[in-house]
Ligand binder design. Structure first.
Ligand SMILES: [Zn+2]
Ligand SMILES: [Zn+2]
Length: 563
């Protein structure tokens, strides 16, 4: 599909309507409603034209459900509505840290320290600001005379003070730059503010960004043990009324009428593949699919966008798509499961790698790396894929199941690259049912999940690596593909992907690679010295727990399988 320019469409519409209508003052409610419908429809067309719908799949955007102009206004509203139910008051397991003990200089009250149980009916006494604590403690300590004031004296000026013990506690809070509560609040404020600022600019904020802001803020705030867990992020989002906005599929009346027909073509496609399998066996069947991967943005980078404010949402989606590269994977329901090489098409300005880049860039046996100006597969690249990847890894007979992309449609050109002795057939998945019967569909999402775990780790721990850099991306895919697609532990995943779509009868108990390699609790330590034991994953081959350095820097392309 050609690209769509909404301004051109408006111009054309104007041509049509100006014969019949004239502008008349303020738009009516009915005008606004119709505009909303038309815009929704156009947005989807624009997004579709900009890229294959696959690139959007995992793209969540957030919408702040408020019209307020400043962060202070939002924060005031949040504070007012949350007085009785501070979200920070019950920290999640992961963020739970023990109240720090006071440091020796003061008479210790730890012996009779009793953990307070917050009374949900009353605002927590913790709601006293750090500033208030500081002022009352200063007044109590009475720096001028160096003689502490009495409790009753302090209470006349600071009504919230209840005991000397409380003042001692506050004193400690002040010395530590705030209690755990204060710090959580500061983290919430700082992260919320970052989110608000990000939404003022054309920038897509994801969970990852929120976590990064929080972890960065905590470098100053210093709450021990704070990791900005997904749980905490969830609470923060609820706190500020941030909701996920997914670009939904626009269902036209035509589509609904077509539904029974669609079902039939899906069934026909599955039936055709099944009959080929019964004639020629499983090993000649292959399914290929491509998926767009976002280049992760540099922290704090502001995207520059042209265009008026009201098309912002569209620009955001387009922008995230134009900064992407393509990964193409191929699986079989037979014994070979995955092809030995992963195809990658990177986005390079001139559509090719410069001579120096071509010579020095990261290379690996399990990758086949190409470039295009868009970062998408072109017809020429598809032919190269057929010749260098598919045909060079199959023998005798090959039946390829792929979706109905235009890129794949010139099968005559493909035949020019086909080896003489190879029997080759392509079966096209009918349009609109790809999501239902494409074996690779869900599997690709799992691969992305695995990949993201590692890029998130890099960002969260501020490792000195640029996750959007060509060499980093390639090295990561090489390592991830070796784990995900080449470890005997996970291979049944490919067979099960075919079974779940109805192509084969046998069901497989597969091991989920992400669950295996990134368990909730990763224990043990790797052999590497001089590393502070931050484990990244458990190797899908040798089962060793590995730190980032061990896995990535040392290029752990494991081939030792321990069942
Ligand atoms: Zn290590
Ligand atoms: Zn290993």
């Amino acid at each position: 599909m050609d690209s769509v320019n909404p301004m051109n469409v408006l111009k054309l519409l104007e041509e049509n309507y100006k014969q019949l209508f004239q502008l008349d003052g303020q738009p009516s409610e009915a005008d606004k409603q119709l505009k909303g419908l038309v815009k929704e429809f156009m947005d989807i067309k624009i997004i579709r034209a900009g890229s294959s719908s696959l690139a959007l799949e995992e793209d969540l955007q957030y919408e702040l459900q408020t019209d307020m102009q400043t962060f202070d206004e939002i924060e005031k509203l949040v504070a007012a509505s949350n007085q009785l139910a501070e979200p920070d008051e019950n920290p999640s397991q992961e963020d739970q840290v023990v109240e720090p003990l006071s440091s020796g200089t003061e008479p210790s009250s730890n012996e009779f320290y009793v953990q307070r149980i917050p009374n949900p009916k009353q605002p927590p006494s913790n709601a006293v600001t750090l500033d208030y604590k500081k002022r009352s403690v200063d007044f109590w300590r009475n720096v001028a005379t160096k003689k502490r004031r009495s409790l009753s004296c302090v209470q006349t000026k600071f009504k919230k003070v209840t005991s000397i013990r409380q003042l001692q506690e506050w004193e400690r809070h002040v010395a530590e730059g705030g209690s755990r509560y204060d710090k959580l609040k500061a983290l919430r404020l700082e992260t919320g503010k970052q989110f608000f600022l990000a939404k003022q600019k054309p920038h897509i904020a994801k969970d990852m960004d929120i976590r990064r802001w929080a972890v960065t803020a905590n470098r100053t705030i210093g709450l021990v043990g704070f990791t900005a867990s997904p749980d905490w992020v969830g609470k923060l989002k609820r706190n500020y009324g941030i909701v996920d906005r997914k670009i939904t599929k626009f269902v036209t009346d035509k589509y609904i009428q077509e539904a029974p027909q669609v079902k039939k073509t899906a069934e026909e496609c599955v039936a055709l593949v099944r009959s080929r399998i019964s004639d020629y066996g499983l090993d000649c069947m292959w399914n290929t699919d491509q998926s767009g991967f976002d280049y992760e943005m540099r922290p704090g980078r502001t995207l520059h966008l042209a265009g008026a404010k009201h098309v912002l949402a569209i620009c955001q989606s387009e922008n995230s798509m134009t900064h992407s590269y393509t990964v193409m994977m191929t699986i079989s329901p037979g014994t070979r499961k995955f092809l030995p090489q992963l195809w990658i098409t990177l986005q390079e300005d001139k559509g090719v790698f410069g001579p120096i880049v071509a010579r020095t860039m990261f290379k690996a046996d399990n990758l086949y790396v190409t470039a295009s100006a868009s970062g998408k597969m072109t017809k020429k690249l598809y032919l190269e894929w057929c010749e260098k990847i598919l045909f060079s890894h199959v023998e005798d007979r090959c039946i390829l199941l792929a979706d109905s992309l235009k890129t794949y449609s010139d099968q005559e050109a493909v035949l020019e690259f086909k080896p003489e002795e190879l029997e080759y057939e392509m079966i096209t998945i009918p349009p609109k049912v790809t999501g239902d019967i494409q074996p690779l569909d869900r599997l690709f999402r799992m691969y992305k999940d695995f990949f993201r775990k590692i890029s998130s780790f890099i960002i969260l721990h501020s490792l000195p690596l640029q996750v959007h850099h060509r060499d980093v991306i390639l090295k990561m895919h090489s390592l991830v593909y070796q784990q995900f697609a080449r470890s005997p532990r996970f291979g049944d995943l490919a067979n099960q992907a075919w079974h779940l779509r109805g192509y084969t009868d046998e069901s497989f108990d597969y091991v989920n690679p992400t669950e295996f390699s990134f368990p909730k609790k990763l224990t043990g330590h790797c052999d590497h010295q001089n590393w502070d034991d931050r484990l990244l994953l458990k190797c899908g081959w040798c089962k060793a727990p590995l730190c980032f350095h061990h896995f990535y820097d040392q290029y752990h392309l494991c081939k030792i399988y321990l069942p």
